[in-house]
Design a protein around this ligand. Sequence first.
Ligand code: SF4
Ligand code: SF4
Length: 62
Amino acid sequence: MGSIVDINLQLCTGCGACVALCPRNILFINKDTGTCAVSDETKCDKLRGCERVCMVDAIKIH
Ligand code: SF4
Ligand code: SF4
């Protein structure tokens, strides 16, 4: 999913840790799937805070 913010939906538990941390508020939990999603990835700061907070390595920044 996405060319900058890459979320592995098989691994994501929907814990919301990355959503709470993201300074650009571009991550959210998809209510239908229960997993993380990105809105406007062009706003990503690419500082990888979400990568560091994710306990299951489900989110990667490219
Ligand atoms: S790298 Fe930063 S701005 Fe981009 S999605 Fe992760 S926490 Fe949000
Ligand atoms: S921190 Fe990881 S497991 Fe939790 S919602 Fe974000 S991508 Fe999914």
